[in-house]
Each structure stands twice: as C-alpha cells, then as structure tokens.
Write a protein that binds this ligand. Structure first.
Ligand SMILES: [Zn+2]
Length: 657
C-alpha cells in the first residue's frame, strides 16, 4: 500500500515542477515509442498462452515448509444490485505446521472496513464436509475480531489434509474508500465494485503467535497468508468487465451471467476481483506475462498507454533485478481508496483520486512501481504484516528508489521529500521513537508506523547498499528471493542472505539500525591538540547511546581546519559509539567538523544542519605562532633594533677614521 500518499500530496515542492517538465518532455514521448507491441484488447483477446510458463510447469510444486500446499476453490456469484456475492470456499487445508489442530480459524474482514451508508459483512451460511454435503461442521463466528473458527470432526495431524466447504454471503461496504467497496455512479460511468479480503481468509499459524487471528487493522496492511493454490470461479452479469487474480482459463455465457474461471497457475496468498461496466482495458505481453490495465473512461487521459507503460517498466526491471515473476497475468486496476494503491497477488489497485493530484502521471508511475514491487515483496515472499509490516513496505519503497535511479538516473526522483531529511528530523518534529523492527501494535500512531515503514526502512536499506556496495546488495536481494520465494520471511532471513553474499556478519549493521528506537546524535566530547607531541586527539560520543540497545557504527567524513579555516585533514572515519581518533599533525589545528553528507544518518535538531563542529584545545607547549607573535616578537624586534643601531654606530665610527 502507499499509505502515506495523502500526506505527501499536502506537500508540493518545486522539485516536482522540474520533475513534471523533465518527465513529460523527455520520457513521456520516448516511452510511447517503446510500446510497439501494445495492443488494445477486449478481455477475450487477453487470453493468450504463456509460453515461458511451459518451462516452469512444475515449479514450485512443494510448499514453503517442505510439504504440500493448501488448495482453495473460491466460487462466487456477483450481484451488483446488492453489492454482494454469494459464494462457496472449498477448503483443502494442508497442515504444514508441527502441531495438531481440532479447529481452524478464518478472517472475515469486511465488517472492519470503513463505509458510508452500509457496513460490509461476511455472513457464514454453513460449513459442510466436502465428501458429504449432508454432514455439517460446527463453526463459531466472533464479530469483534472478525474471525470464524471451523471445528473439525477429526484431529488434523501435521502433514495431513482436511476438506470442507464454507458457504457464505459477502456484502462490500457501500461508499467508503477502504480495501473493498462499491463506489461511483453509473450515470457518469464511474462505478466500480472492488472485492478484496471478502471471503473467509485462512489464518496463519506460526511459532511466534500460534494462530494469527488479528482483526482488520487500520494501521498498515495487516495481512498475513500462506501460499496456496486457488481456482477462482466468478459468475457476473454479462454487461460487466471483470479484473481478477489469475489467468482466464474459461469463459462462457450462463443466462444473463457470464461464467469465468481464473487460475493464477502458481501459488498465491489470496485472490481479489473488481467489476465495472465501464472499465476500459489495455493489454500487452511482457516476458510472457499478460499485463493488463483496467480504468474508467474519465481517467483515460492519464491511464491510456501510460499505465501499461509503467507496468512494463516495473515488471521488466524487477524481473531482471530480483528474479522471475512466475504468473501468467498481472493486472493494474483503478480503484476508489484513501490510499495511493493496494497490492494483491497478480493484481494491484491504483487510486482514482490520483487524477486530481498535482502532476498525476508522476504519481501514477510512482504508485504502479510501488505496488508492482509488492509482487516480489509481499506475495512471492510473504511476511507477517502485523509483526513485520515494515519488511515488505521497506523493500517496496527501496525498490522505487532503485526504479528512479535506473529510469531517471536519480534515486531521489520519487522522493519528493528526501527520506534522509524526513528521518533526520523526525524526532525533532514528532518527539517519538522510531524503531523499525516493531509490530503495528507498537506504533505510537499511524504516522509513526508510516514513518518507520515507508521512510526509515527504505533509507536504512539504501544505507546498507552504500555500506556493502551495490553489487553485493542486489545479489543479496536475489539470494533472499531465491531462498524465500513462496515462503514467509523474517528480517533475519534478509540479513542472512546479505551476509551470505557479503561473507561476514552484519549484526553490527542490522541490530542498531533496525532495532534501536533512536538515531545516533553525535557530540564532540573532547578535541585536544598536544603541541609538544604533535598529536590531535578527538573523542566523539553518541548522546543517544544510553537510550538504545545497540551501538551504531557508520562512516562519516571528519575535517580538521587551521586557524585560517584551511582544511589540514579530511578523512572518512568510522564512528563506533564513543570513538577516539588520533591524528598526527605538525600544523596547529583550530577546529574539527563532522560532515553530515547524504549517507550519514543522525538525529538533528533542525533541518538545516549539515555538520557539527568543535574548537580544538591546545595543551603542552603554547601555540608556536602565538608564542612568536605574542611574546617573542617584541624581544626579537628590540634585539634587532639594538643590533642594527650598533652596526650603524660601528660603520659611522669607521667612516670618521
Ligand atoms: Zn506498499
């Protein structure tokens, strides 16, 4: 999700104006030319065989945990008159955990989402055994935390399967701008029905929390799902265009409805669909992936060609950089939301609101790049977004830095406010701690979570790249992807992959930067020049060290100046918590300065500080120049005058003789 965009939009910068002119003049035109393989299509024509996938047919057949995966058949009938679906979820649950279960929980999120006129709801009708629909299973619904539990009629042992069918009706919120909603009107061709998190969503069991049954939370994207195989069957009125997770395998008329069968072909964490009578559709093939955009007529001016082009750029770059996107389809779909966009497997949503933002194409590209990055960081590699939500968000935000660097030659291109400035000044402006490695429950407020996940996390990842080098960092991400694809990852898995590439422990980097609540705040504890030994000794400490669990280490340029402000020493030095630096110099130093260049992460008191400095104390022998000018000079002058006078006298005497 791009949660912070609303906040971003309130801040307009000159930088953006330059960006627009640059962007629209140079790139807008050049990339239209690159779309030679673009074709507009109806939904039918977007069904094309994915040749590349033939080679990957058996990949991956095994689950993340060394076993098999669950299979779900989700079958729904969409009724636009009630903004609802009636559905069956056929569950073939595989117990990939080393414990036995007698009941299984599912999220039923819709009632937790925002609405205007009508609350969303998931109504469970019954749960029956798959092999005998006459046998009902007992279930409980807990509206307060939006979960249901299905009681099994047998113990489900580890590595065993259980099958049952949940029948349900789901109604999405009418109005509202949350993750599911029906919004807009038909008279102006703007209505969209968006179904996400709308069916009983299987909870995840893990060794940290047991069953993760957190309710729908309004901070972050509190979603956490295991990979599973899905077949997605949708019946919808025949005047609707349907955008859904997966490849369209089958489509036929069924009375006034059309029946669709979507299949992602590879495991996904969830499925979603959106329906509108008004969607315009564009499609193209990118490395064998059928990429499609779905947008409203009113957004055509921005979306046409552009959205597809941003999708091509994103898929191509991320595929080349991180590893192969294995699915046959990827959809970029317009939505109504208060966020900039939202990611789901094989289908992302982009806010209709972007049309009204200053420089909409800039934002459209930014959000498409961000949500597409989530295909790698969220779907292909999953994480518990309640406890480690910063992980996929941080990686997605960092990926957009990289996208800006590759396509626009500037990693700051999509940072309208440079992350470094936000991060350095966060404490001064908010007075809050900002530990990245924290759950959404530990965030003081929504902004605090947004700050750590969307600003600080990508900045720390960028600092890691600068520290270990671009090639090691990209190789580390590729290894991370290879090791954790289709699995659930932790921050420690990312660290392990980086260490495997870098060849040494990175505890010194990961622990302080991800776990400390406060950034370093450096101070010159002492600066003393021993004039008799010609040694300058500088001690720098971190005033925030007592507040943190781990000491920071980072490289910072240290400059030493003489009294005329000329630099007599300039080196990049390691500052490790309290650090003593000895510098031999025969030139008397006057002041020391630590330069806060763009890679130095520190806590600042105000935005316009670019260094800290200290005067240098001289000991053991006075300053030689001072001695000459202050004490010896008059004596020398007197002696010289006397000597000169004597010489003149002598000369005069000689002449007289
Ligand atoms: Zn995101």
């Amino acid at each position: 999700m791009v949660l912070c965009l609303v906040k971003f939009m309130k801040k307009t910068y000159c930088m953006l104006i330059i960006g627009i002119v640059f962007y629209s003049c140079i790139f807008g035109f050049s990339q239209i030319g690159s779309l030679s393989n673009l074709y507009k299509s109806s939904q039918e024509s977007s069904i094309s065989p994915n040749k590349n996938l033939e080679n990957l047919k058996n990949f991956p057949k095994e689950s993340s945990n060394g076993g098999d995966l669950s299979h779900y058949n989700l079958s729904i009938i969409f009724d636009n008159s009630t903004s609802s679906v009636e559905g069956n979820l056929t569950v073939d649950f595989y117990n990939n955990d080393p414990v036995n279960f007698t009941k299984l929980p599912f999220h039923i999120y819709l009632s937790g989402m925002s609405y205007i006129t009508r609350l969303g709801k998931v109504e469970i009708l019954n749960v029956t055994k798959l092999d005998n629909p006459n046998i009902a299973l007992v279930y409980d619904v807990y509206p307060a935390n939006q979960t249901m539990w299905v009681y099994l009629d047998t113990i489900l042992n580890s590595s065993q399967r259980v099958q049952f069918v949940i029948s349900f009706n789901s109604t999405i919120p009418d109005g509202g701008i949350d993750r599911s909603n029906s919004h807009g009107d038909d008279y102006d061709e703007s209505r969209i029905y968006k179904f996400a998190g709308f069916y009983p969503m299987p909870c995840v069991y893990d060794s940290f929390d047991g069953w993760n049954t957190d309710p729908y939370l309004h901070i972050g994207d509190p979603f956490y799902y295991d990979m599973a195989y899905y077949n997605f069957f949708i019946e919808a009125p025949n005047d609707f265009v349907i955008a859904a997770t997966g490849k369209l395998e089958e489509k036929f008329n069924k009375g006034v409805n059309i029946f669709y069968h979507f299949d992602p072909s590879y495991p996904v964490r969830e499925v979603t669909f959106s329906a509108s009578k008004w969607f315009l559709v564009e499609s193209t093939l990118v490395n064998g992936v059928n990429l499609s955009t779905y947008y409203l007529p009113k957004s055509q001016v921005n979306w046409e060609i552009n959205a597809l082009n941003y999708g091509i750029k994103s898929l191509t770059l991320f595929n080349d950089t991180f590893g192969v996107y294995p699915y046959p389809t990827f959809n970029i779909v317009e939505e109504y939301t208060e966020y900039g966009g939202m990611e789901y497997p094989c289908q992302v949503y982009i806010a209709e609101d972007v049309d009204s933002w200053y420089n909409p194409l800039y934002w459209l590209e930014y959000i498409i790049a961000h949500e597409t990055a989530h295909q790698w960081w969220y779907n292909l590699i999953g994480n518990d977004e309640v406890d480690w939500g910063f992980l996929d968000e941080g990686l997605a935000c960092w990926t957009v830095i990289y996208y800006g660097e590759i396509y626009y030659g500037d990693g700051l291109y999509f940072q309208y406010i440079p992350y470094i400035d936000e991060v350095r000044n966060y404490y001064a402006s908010e007075g809050l701690p900002s530990r990245i490695n924290a759950s959404v429950y530990e965030a003081v407020n929504e902004d605090n979570y947004v700050f750590t996940a969307y600003y600080k996390a990508p900045l720390i990842l960028e600092k890691l790249r600068i520290t270990i080098g671009n090639s090691n960092f990209i190789s580390g991400l590729r290894l991370f992807f290879e090791q954790k694809i289709y699995k659930i990852a932790l921050l420690s898995d990312l660290q392990q992959a980086m260490e495997d590439i870098y060849g040494m422990s990175l505890d010194w980097f990961f622990f302080p930067w991800f776990d400390n609540p406060y950034l370093p705040k450096y101070n010159f504890l002492s600066c003393v020049y021993n004039a008799s030994e010609n040694i300058l000794e500088i001690t720098i400490n971190d005033l925030n060290e007592p507040l943190n669990n781990y000491g920071y280490s980072q490289q910072i340029r240290l400059n030493i100046y003489d009294k005329s402000d000329s630099i007599i020493y300039s080196e990049i030095v390691w500052i490790n918590s309290t650090t003593l630096i000895s510098i031999p110099t025969t030139i008397t130093p006057s002041k020391a300065r630590l330069l806060y260049t763009s890679s130095v992460i520190v806590q600042l008191e105000s935005p316009d500080i670019y260094y800290i400095e200290s005067q240098i104390q001289i000991v053991n022998g006075e300053d030689k120049e001072k001695i000459i000018s202050g004490f010896f000079m008059p004596i020398i002058v007197i002696i010289s005058v006397i000597t000169l006078t004597l010489l003149i006298f002598k000369k005069l005497n000689k002449l007289e003789r």
